[in-house]
Ligand binder design. Structure first.
Ligand code: FES
Length: 218
């Protein structure tokens, strides 16, 4: 395997040629906030806009999940312009997200909590006006509950269900503020071809998909 050397936050890092900066950093113990990225994807969606980094010689920050490593590259994950963009993306996300950590089963293991702590953003930030979606919670599955109000639209559950398992019970519907993860025809999950494997719950970085208290992952 051919590798290249680059510098991330002052640390020399070796990465596979063709690797994205995000994975090179994470594999070296350097955290970069991310929600939508998936390893091995040639054309990442880059939809969450959280993984901004600055690269020496570049006028503007870039998203680490789309930027390919290069020999001698110097990456700064803590530059002011990158942090400003990442914080804005997070605060916009939080403005339409039901932040209810006290009663959330994923509290403590939620990626939003981790990202907010990393970026030093309050989960109850008031920078942008809060507009909640008040969507119906789907508890029809015997295994898990889907609360779309806690969904960050990262697409991880959709990808797991479709690409990895070949089922495709989940997908995105609508656009803009109304965009949401749902099922074909907006049917309750129990009425889809969901195999109740629970892999979507494991892939969900927030409390949008949670196992029911009595359920055991198959
Ligand atoms: S992880 Fe890069 S834009 Fe979402």
């Amino acid at each position: 395997m051919k590798t290249v050397s680059l510098i991330i936050d002052g640390k020399e890092v070796k990465a596979r040629r063709g690797e994205k900066v995000l994975w090179a950093a994470l594999d070296s113990g350097i955290y970069i906030p991310h929600l939508c990225a998936r390893r091995g994807i040639l054309a990442p969606d880059a939809s969450c806009r959280l993984c901004w980094v600055e690269i020496e010689g570049n006028a503007k920050p870039v998203t680490a999940c789309t930027e390919t490593v290069e020999a001698g590259m110097v990456v700064n994950t803590r530059g002011p312009a990158a942090l400003r963009l990442a914080r804005t993306a997070l605060e916009l996300l939080l403005a339409s997200n039901e932040v209810d950590c006290a009663s959330c089963a994923k509290s403590g293991a939620c990626e939003l909590q981790k990202i907010a702590a990393h970026l030093k953003v309050k989960l109850k930030t008031r920078r942008f006006r809060k507009i909640l979606r008040n969507l119906k919670v789907d508890s029809s599955s015997p295994l898990f509950i889907y609360d779309p109000n806690k969904c960050v639209l990262c697409g991880q559950c959709i990808w797991v269900c479709r690409q990895r398992l070949g089922i495709g019970a989940l997908g995105f519907a609508h656009r803009g503020f109304n965009r949401r993860m749902t099922t074909f025809g907006d049917e309750p999950i129990s009425q889809t071809e969901c195999a109740e494997c629970g892999d979507c719950v494991a892939a969900c970085p927030t409390g949008a998909l949670c196992f029911k208290p009595a359920a055991v992952k198959l």
